[in-house]
Design a protein around this ligand. Structure first.
Ligand SMILES: [Fe+2]
Ligand SMILES: [Fe+2]
Length: 181
C-alpha cells in the first residue's frame, strides 16, 4: 500500500512503518519546541506546551510498539517534512510556522486514519494509534483556532494557509511520483 505521502506500507514489516511514524513524531516535537519561542499569547503558549507533551508521548508509544515487535529503533529521514519545507520556503514568522504545522498535522492525521482502518492491524499498533488519532484531531483544531485568532490582526494569514496547502499538495505529488510501486 502506498500512502498519500508516498510511504510504502508493507503489512509484513510493521517495524519499518513504525520507525517512520516515530521519526515524524520526534520531528513534530522539535518543530513545536521551536515555534514555542514565538508564541504571543498565554493561550497559545499553553496549547503548544500540551502539544509538545503529546508529540513526545506519541514518539514514545511508537518506540514501545517497535520494541513489542522486537524491532530495532532507527533514525529515518522524514521525506514529507523536507519536501514540504522546500516548496514553502523558510518559515520566518509565527504565522508561517502555524500554517505549516496545520498542513503537516492534517497530513499526519489522514495517514493514521487510513492505516487504522486496515484489516488485521495488530493490536500493538491499533491501540496506540487510536489514542494518537484523538490527540492529532485536537492538534488540527487548536491550530485552526490559533490561525483564526491571528487572522483578526493580520489579513495575510489566509494567504499563508493557501501557500502551505499548495506546498503540501506539491510535496505529495512529488513523493507519489517517486514512490516505489
Ligand atoms: Fe503526534
Ligand atoms: Fe500532532
Amino acid at each position: 500500500m502506498i500512502t498519500r505521502s508516498g510511504r510504502h506500507i508493507d503489512p509484513e514489516d510493521p517495524v519499518w512503518i513504525l520507525n517512520h511514524y516515530r521519526a515524524a513524531e520526534v520531528h513534530g516535537a522539535g518543530a513545536i519546541m521551536r515555534m514555542q519561542r514565538l508564541a504571543n499569547t498565554t493561550r497559545l503558549r499553553t496549547d503548544l506546551s500540551r502539544h509538545l507533551r503529546d508529540e513526545a508521548v506519541h514518539a514514545w508509544l511508537w518506540t514501545r510498539a517497535i520494541e513489542e515487535f522486537n524491532g530495532e529503533v532507527v533514525d529515518v529521514d522524514e521525506p514529507y517534512q523536507a519536501v514540504l519545507a522546500a516548496h514553502y520556503g523558510i518559515p520566518k514568522t509565527l504565522n508561517d510556522m502555524l500554517a505549516l504545522t496545520l498542513v503537516s498535522e492534517r497530513r499526519g492525521l489522514s495517514e493514521y486514519e487510513i492505516h487504522v482502518d486496515q484489516q488485521g492491524l495488530p493490536k500493538a499498533i491499533r491501540r496506540p494509534m487510536k489514542a494518537i488519532i484523538r490527540d492529532e484531531q485536537w492538534h488540527v483544531s487548536y491550530i485552526e483556532d490559533a490561525l483564526r485568532e491571528q487572522a483578526k490582526e493580520d489579513k495575510g494569514v489566509h494567504q499563508l494557509i493557501e501557500r502551505a496547502e499548495h506546498a503540501d499538495a506539491l510535496a505529495i505529488e512529488e513523493l507519489e511520483s517517486n514512490a516505489p510501486v
